[in-house]
Ligand binder design. Structure first.
Ligand code: UN1
Length: 479
């Protein structure tokens, strides 16, 4: 058994108030980590440490920030296989997916190392003679980062890296399902040359650690990725005390397939978007909207492709779909499968618990034919459960794609430049994919959605500066 994982607070490793364990969802006989859990008081200690370190890190030179972030990125990339293996064991995505995620985390730190050097401002003449105006960006201060379990390296990376690059200090609260991934990342960050208190890891529940971050007056900004219901609570509490808030929440992402689509490519997009990472992505394609001329052939082929997917242990060579991450998530997925049948969606395949050599949270990917009003077709499930909806033509497909409370990502498969161009313009989503799966995004461009999917400025890329900095306008009379 490994030693109990500790919090990292004010430059020191600290034991917690209670203990938790994470288990391997591919093999429940394996405990991945035992970890310290904090209470509100310990979370507050971390917040105070971040507040004390605030000026020193805000005043650090760009070269220093570059060096710290570049060092972190290099180590993650050098250890991507080992980190990917840990991720696959703890979260359950397949080893190739997990190594790709570790790689992405390293690349994100490298990108934001560069951003630390690319800080710019503007100088503009005043409307008054003899006066100059400088417009610059300054750090926000202490940021609380609350991350989900489904991308336990990449999402923390795309919050921590821009926060530090732009001169903020950090209190990071990971999801309780994935403490070993969070700890591995924190351990690398702890040796990269930051001042004590600039980065803190506090593990524990949302109810106590998360809520303390959201409510504490010393926390200037909160970035959260997770469920819509939790996000809405954070929004109310944090805006009431005028903290800055960035939320990335649910999705019910449409993939439109038109009659003229390349069938093979459309099937790849649907299978990858709906079922890879076990469907546990806010960008997953959970509504596949197919026009009448291709509908019959597409549905038959998609059903065959879905049935052929290999569901097994995340570390097993040849596994395409790992287990569901937790018993609670599996129960939710199965309850939606049940609901789909009850509300009259036509079951095509899957949606059953599976037995494998090791005891784990396995289920077969589920596919339904649904009507747009079915809850199965409207609510985020966050598992390998997808539905196909029939549309008469492009216009109806676009209307169906936009008929959702969410607006994260929308995809279209078509050979028509006219329809692709129209869709890019009219899809009510923060991200649009043409002949690509809705899930699987680049690390150097903005990420985020509209409507109930997101709130506040975009994450990632240069646009991350909008959340992690605040603008200052300075006037000077040169006499
Ligand atoms: C991706 O699709 O590449 O929680 C990333 C999520 C998103 C990340 C998706 N925030 O699924």
């Amino acid at each position: 058994m490994q030693p109990t994982l500790k919090h990292f607070i004010n430059g020191r490793w600290e034991t917690g108030v209670t203990l938790g364990v994470s288990e391997n969802p591919s093999d429940l006989s394996e405990v991945v980590a035992e970890f310290a859990r904090a209470d509100a008081a310990q979370a507050e200690t971390a917040i105070r440490a971040a507040a004390d370190a605030r000026d020193s890190w805000a005043d650090s030179a760009p070269q220093r920030r570059f060096d710290v972030l570049d060092t972190i990125g290099s180590e993650i990339l050098a250890r991507r296989d080992e980190l990917g293996r840990l991720l696959a064991r703890e979260e359950g995505k397949t080893l190739p997916e997990a190594v790709a995620e570790a790689t992405r985390a390293g690349q994100i730190f490298k990108f934001f190392a560069g951003e630390a050097l690319r800080q710019t401002g503007e100088r503009v003449p005043s409307v008054r003679p003899g006066v100059e105006v400088d417009i610059t960006r300054e750090p926000v201060g202490v940021v609380g980062l609350i991350a989900p379990w489904n991308f336990p390296l990449a999402i923390p990376a795309w919050k921590i890296a821009p926060a530090l690059a732009h001169g903020n200090t950090v209190v990071f609260k990971p999801a309780e399902l994935v403490p070993a991934c969070a700890h591995a990342l924190a351990e690398i960050i702890s040796r990269a040359g930051l001042p004590a208190g600039a980065f803190n890891l506090v593990m524990g529940s949302g109810r106590s650690v998360g809520q303390t971050l959201v409510d504490h007056p010393l926390v200037d900004a909160i970035s959260f990725t997770g469920s819509t219901s939790v996000g809405e609570g954070i929004l109310k509490a944090a805006t009431a005390r005028r903290a800055k808030v960035q939320l990335e929440m649910g999705g019910k992402n449409p993939l439109v397939v038109l009659d003229d689509a390349d069938l093979g490519r459309a099937l790849d997009c649907a299978v990858q978007g709906a079922f890879y990472s076990t469907g546990q992505r806010c960008t997953a394609s959970s509504r596949i909207i197919v026009t009448a001329g291709l509908h019959g052939r597409f549905v038959q082929a998609l059903r065959e492709r879905t049935q052929a997917l290999v569901v097994d242990h995340a570390l097993k060579r040849g596994s395409e779909i790992g287990p569901v991450a937790s018993e609670a998530q599996l129960a939710q997925n199965l309850s939606y499968v049940e609901l789909g049948r009850r509300e009259g969606a036509e079951w095509l395949t899957g949606g059953e618990r599976l037995q494998r050599d090791t005891r784990g949270h396995y289920m077969s990917p589920a596919l339904f034919l649904a009507e747009p009003q079915h809850r199965l077709a409207r609510e985020e499930i966050f598992g390998p459960v997808a539905c196909v909806i029939r549309a008469a033509d492009y216009d109806e497909a676009l209307a169906l794609a936009n008929d959702t409370p969410y607006g994260l990502c929308a995809g279209i498969c078509t050979a028509s430049l006219k329809h692709a161009t129209h869709f890019k313009r009219h899809a009510q989503a923060g991200m649009v994919m043409v002949n690509l799966p809705t899930a699987g995004v680049d690390y150097h461009v903005p990420f985020g959605g509209r409507k109930a999917s997101s709130h506040g400025p975009r994450e990632q890329g240069r646009h991350a500066a909008e959340f992690y900095t605040t603008v200052k306008t300075a006037y000077t009379h040169a006499s």
